[in-house]
Design a protein around this ligand. Structure first.
Ligand code: FE
Ligand code: FE
Ligand code: ZN
Length: 276
């Protein structure tokens, strides 16, 4: 298929098993957590598992996989322990993911928990900068956020400030989450072109590496983060298909984070590919 499309899949039984699942539901990529999303634990991936993964990816012409950093990681935290955990985890996971050949790791920039946006951004930059100094080639993608609580990165300007303060590192990019930008107030349902113009003006479309394709239960500008299956939210099927078809976006990898089982994701993928 011309599109690169796949859901988030559990790797509890191994990366190669996740890839097999992806194939079985008609996907040609997937997203997975770089470690336990709510804790800190991780297991090392044995070489035979990586070999099996690469075999499946080659055979089925997969697009790039996307690793997602744990939700517990907060590079803007005011608490020392949480901040140190975040700095250490992003440093480690860049290296762990690069070592198994994964080229992109998506990260929620962080929540300032009361410090204010400016101080929060300074902490994020101080944590990211040393993590990006190694010989790895992996690109860290900052995710566009919904703006719930004290989340940083729901305005394109905040993401641009992080990029700028990191010296516009070529190893930083953006992952646009359709649910999050809509909840943040960017109306991709009614005027996708205007949102993309704004993205290009503030961040540059060349920084956009991946799309999280989700519908949103919550309305435009609600700053609430509730994903819905494609076509069952406030953005709607046609608007999300328009995102996929857009000439500035259609070549990008699309990852579904809709609240569905693997099998249900298979149905969703078939519906999308039949309509797009
Ligand atoms: Fe995310
Ligand atoms: Fe997302
Ligand atoms: Zn979300």
């Amino acid at each position: 298929m011309p599109y690169i499309l796949g859901p988030h899949i559990s790797t509890a039984k191994g990366l190669h098993k996740a890839a097999e699942t992806a194939v079985s539901i008609g996907a040609n990529t997937f997203q997975f957590f770089s470690r336990n999303p709510r804790g800190s634990a991780y297991r090392d991936f044995p070489p035979d598992e990586i070999a099996a993964l690469n075999q499946i990816m080659r055979q089925h012409r997969f697009g790039p996989l996307l690793a997602h950093a744990p939700y517990t990681l907060n590079l803007a935290s005011a608490q020392d322990r949480a901040y140190e955990f975040a700095c250490q985890t992003i440093f480690e996971d860049i290296r762990r993911m690069d070592a198994i050949g994964v080229t992109m790791l998506v990260l929620h920039p962080g929540s300032h928990t009361g410090l204010g946006t400016e101080k929060g951004i300074a902490k994020i930059v101080a944590g990211l900068t040393p993590a990006l100094t190694g010989p790895e080639s992996l690109t860290v993608l900052l995710e566009t956020m919904s703006g719930k609580g004290t989340e940083i990165g729901y305005r394109f300007e905040e993401l641009a400030a992080i990029l700028r303060a990191c010296g516009a590192s070529s190893r930083l990019g953006i992952c646009l989450d359709t649910c999050h930008v809509f909840a943040a107030g960017y109306d991709i349902a009614r005027d996708l072109d205007a949102v993309l113009l704004e993205f290009d003006r503030v961040l540059g479309l060349e920084r956009l590496w991946a799309i999280h394709l989700n519908d949103s239960l919550m309305p435009l500008g609600s700053r609430k983060d509730r994903h819905a299956p494609i076509g069952q939210g406030q953005i709607g099927m046609e608007a999300l298909l328009a995102v996929m078809r857009h000439p500035a976006l259609s070549h990008l990898p699309f990852y579904l984070e809709t609240p569905l089982s693997d099998q249900e994701h298979g149905v969703e993928i078939a519906q999308i590919l039949a309509a797009v």
